[in-house]
Design a binder for this molecule. Structure first.
Ligand code: ASP
Length: 585
C-alpha cells in the first residue's frame, strides 16, 4: 500500500496519528534548519516538515527534492503553530520520519498553480501537467458529477442508456462530416455521427420508449469558444409524447442538476418565449435574460424628421441602459467603434442621455425636437440618468443581430452578466425552414426530421417559410444548452419534407431509405432533444470556453497539439486502405 491517507483530508482531529502519504512535490522552502515541502495529490495539499536537528540525513534528502518529484512520506500529524486559513489542511502538518522518492521529474515548463505562468499553447502541449492544476481538475470533477446526476435522474425517470455506433453514414445536422475510410470496402467511407439522431429514432420504432446516451458527436465546423470538433451530448428521445411532455421531463433534469450541483432550487417553471419574440426583443434565438435592455422599435417615432440615416432605414431600434448617462464621450466613441467592427457591421450608433431634469440630449439633436425625443424616451420608459443607444439598418434581422451584440456588450460593461446567477428559458416555435439566399432553397432550421406545428401543415404547400416547427431550445444565460423537436413519424409527411428540402426521390431513398422504411412498420409518435454536456458544465463552472472542462481538447485549428493530430499516414497504411493522397492546392 502506497498511502494510508490523502493529501487533502488531514485535520486537527488526526493529531498524533502516524500516516503515509504519496503525491507530487508542489513547493520546497528552507528556513533555518527546517525544510518545508508541500505535497500534492488529487485531494489537496499537506505541509511536510523536515528538521535538520532531528534527522540531518533525512532533511538533506528533502533538500534535494525537485518540483513535481513523486514521493512517499511517513510521519506524525501535528498541529501547526502558524495556521494557513487558505488550506483545508492548514491546521496541521506532517513531521516526516521516512521519505521515499518514487520518481524524479523534469522541471515542468510552467508552474503547476492556479495562477500559472504558462500560456495557452504551452499548457495545451503539456495538457497532462495542466490537468494537475487544482482549478483545471475541479472542472473535470464537476463534469463527472454532472454526468453522474444526469444518469441518476434519467434512470429514475425510466430512461435506458443505449449505445449507438460511431462508424455510421452521414446524418444531416447541417455541418460537415468527419469520414473514416473502410479497408474492407475500398473507396468507401464511414462518417462519424454528428449526432445519433436517426438511430435514436429507430430505437423508438424498436419500442425503447425512453432512451438516452451520453455520447460523443463529431462535426467538422469552424471552431469557436463553445465549439469543438468532437463534443459530448446528453442525447434523449421519448415515445408517445407531445412537446409539453418533453419540456417537463427535461426542465426537471435541469432543475435536478441545479439543485444537486449548485444548490439552487428553481421553483417556478422556466419562462417560455417564441422564436419570433426572441428575435424581435433580443435579436437572438438564445437571449441572455439575466438583464433587461429589451429592444424598443422606433420606426414610428424617429422616421420622417429629416435624418436621412433613419429616414431610409428598414429598422430603427434601441436599448436603454439604466444609469449609464454618465458614459463619457470617449466611452460612447468606443461603443461606436465596437458596433462598426466588421464582425458586427453596423454603420454607426446614435445615443441619447436622459438628464437629471428629464430632458433628452442626443447625438442627433439637430433633427429632433425635444418633444419627439421625449416621446422616444417614453417608449423606453427611460428615467433620468439613463442612456439610450439606437441602431438602424436596411435589413431588420441584421440590425437586430447587431443590436443584440451591443446589448450583450453593455451587459458586460455594466456588470449585469453575473456568472453565479442563472436565468433559464425555453425558446419555442422555431421556424421549420430557413431560406438560403445563396443556394436559393430552404434548409431545415433544426433537422429534416422535425415535425411542423400541426396548425401550420396547410402552409407547407402555400408558404413554407412561415411554417412553425415543433422545436424547442433550452437557453441558460444566453447559451443554447439543449435543443430538440417532436419528430415526423409518418413516412408520407417525411417524404414531403424531403421534397421541400430539395431531395430527389432517389436521393432521399438512398440517404434515408432505412428510416422511411422503418416508419412503415409502426413508428410511434416520438420526440426528444440533446443537451451539450460541455456547454452545461462550462456554464455551471463559470468558464469562458468549453475547452476548460474537456480533459484533452483541440485548439482553434482543430489540432490536438499534444498528440500532434491530425497527421499524415504512413505509405503502408494508405496502401492498406487503398487510398492515394493527392492534395488539391
Ligand atoms: N440531434 C439533435 C442535435 O444534435 C438534437 C435532437 O433533435 O434531439 O441538435
Amino acid at each position: 500500500m502506497y498511502r494510508t491517507r490523502t493529501c487533502g483530508d488531514l485535520r486537527l482531529a488526526d493529531e498524533g496519528l502516524v500516516i503515509t502519504l504519496a503525491g507530487w512535490v508542489q513547493k520546497i522552502r528552507k528556513m533555518g534548519g527546517m525544510t518545508f515541502v508541500d505535497i500534492r495529490d488529487r485531494y489537496g495539499i499537506t505541509q511536510l516538515v523536515f528538521n535538520q536537528e532531528v534527522d540531518a540525513a533525512l532533511c538533506e534528502k528533502a533538500n534535494k527534492l525537485g518540483r513535481e518529484y513523486v514521493i512517499q512520506v511517513t510521519g506524525t500529524v501535528r498541529e501547526r503553530s502558524s495556521k494557513n486559513t487558505h488550506l483545508p489542511t492548514g491546521d496541521i502538518e506532517l513531521i516526516v520520519s521516512a521519505l521515499n522518492v518514487l520518481n524524479t521529474a523534469l522541471t515542468p515548463p510552467f508552474t503547476i498553480e492556479d495562477e500559472t505562468d504558462g500560456g495557452d499553447d504551452l499548457r495545451m502541449k503539456y495538457r497532462y501537467l495542466d490537468l494537475r492544476r487544482a482549478c483545471v481538475r475541479k472542472n473535470l470533477e464537476l463534469r463527472h458529477k454532472m454526468a453522474f446526476e444526469v444518469r441518476r435522474y434519467l434512470d429514475e425517470q425510466g430512461f435506458l442508456e443505449v449505445e449507438t455506433p460511431v462508424l455510421v453514414n452521414s446524418t444531416p445536422e447541417g455541418a460537415r462530416d468527419f469520414v473514416v475510410p473502410s479497408r474492407m470496402n475500398p473507396g468507401q467511407f464511414y462518417a462519424l455521427p454528428q449526432s445519433p439522431q436517426t438511430l435514436k429514432q429507430l430505437l423508438m420504432v424498436s419500442g425503447f420508449d425512453r432512451y438516452f446516451q451520453i455520447v460523443k458527436c463529431f462535426r467538422d465546423e469552424d471552431l469557436r469558444a463553445d465549439r469543438q470538433p468532437e463534443f459530448t451530448q446528453i442525447d434523449c428521445e421519448m415515445s408517445f409524447v407531445e412537446q409539453e411532455d418533453v419540456l417537463t421531463v427535461f426542465e426537471g433534469m435541469a432543475k435536478h442538476l441545479f439543485k444537486t450541483i449548485r444548490g439552487i432550487d428553481f421553483k417556478a417553471p422556466f419562462m417560455r418565449m417564441t422564436w419570433q419574440d426572441a428575435m424581435k426583443y433580443y435579436g437572438s434565438d438564445k437571449p441572455d435574460l439575466r438583464f433587461g435592455m429589451r429592444f424598443v422599435e422606433l420606426m414610428d417615432i424617429m422616421k420622417g424628421h429629416g435624418f436621412s440615416v433613419f429616414d431610409n432605414a428598414a429598422y430603427i431600434g434601441g436599448i436603454c441602459a439604466e444609469n449609464a448617462a454618465n458614459y463619457t464621450r470617449k466611452q460612447l466613441d468606443a461603443l461606436t467603434e465596437f458596433v462598426k467592427r466588421p464582425q458586427i457591421g453596423a454603420k454607426g450608433l446614435v445615443y441619447a442621455r436622459v438628464g437629471a431634469d428629464g430632458t433628452v440630449k442626443s447625438s442627433v439633436d439637430k433633427f429632433y425636437s425635444q418633444e419627439v425625443l421625449q416621446e422616444m424616451k417614453n417608449a423606453f420608459g427611460a428615467k433620468p440618468g439613463d442612456l439610450i443607444l439606437i441602431l438602424s439598418g436596411d435589413d431588420a434581422m441584421k440590425t437586430r443581430k447587431q443590436l443584440c451584440e451591443l446589448r450583450l456588450e453593455m451587459g458586460n460593461q455594466l456588470g449585469l452578466r453575473d456568472k453565479d446567477q442563472f436565468v433559464c428559458l425555453w425558446v419555442i416555435d422555431f421556424p421549420l425552414f430557413e431560406w438560403n439566399e445563396e443556394d436559393q432553397r430552404f434548409y431545415a432550421m433544426h433537422h429534416p426530421f422535425t415535425s411542423p406545428n400541426p396548425d401550420d401543415i396547410p402552409l407547407l404547400d402555400t408558404d413554407p417559410g412561415t411554417v412553425r416547427a415543433n422545436a424547442y431550445d433550452m437557453v441558460i444565460n444566453g447559451v443554447e444548452v439543449g435543443g430538440g423537436s417532436i419528430r415526423i413519424h409518418d413516412s408520407q409527411l417525411q417524404d414531403k419534407m424531403f421534397k421541400l428540402l430539395g431531395f430527389t426521390e432517389e436521393r432521399a431513398q438512398e440517404q434515408f431509405g432505412f428510416l422511411m422504411n422503418a416508419f412503415k412498420y409502426g413508428a410511434p409518435p416520438h420526440g426528444g432533444l440533446a443537451f451539450g454536456l460541455d456547454r452545461l458544465v462550462s456554464l455551471f463552472a463559470g468558464l469562458d470556453s468549453i475547452r476548460d472542462c474537456i480533459a484533452f481538447p483541440k485548439n482553434n485549428s482543430g489540432r490536438d497539439v499534444m498528440l500532434d493530430a491530425p497527421s499524415v499516414l504512413e505509405p503502408g497504411q494508405l496502401e492498406e486502405l487503398n487510398l492515394v493522397v493527392d492534395i488539391k492546392k
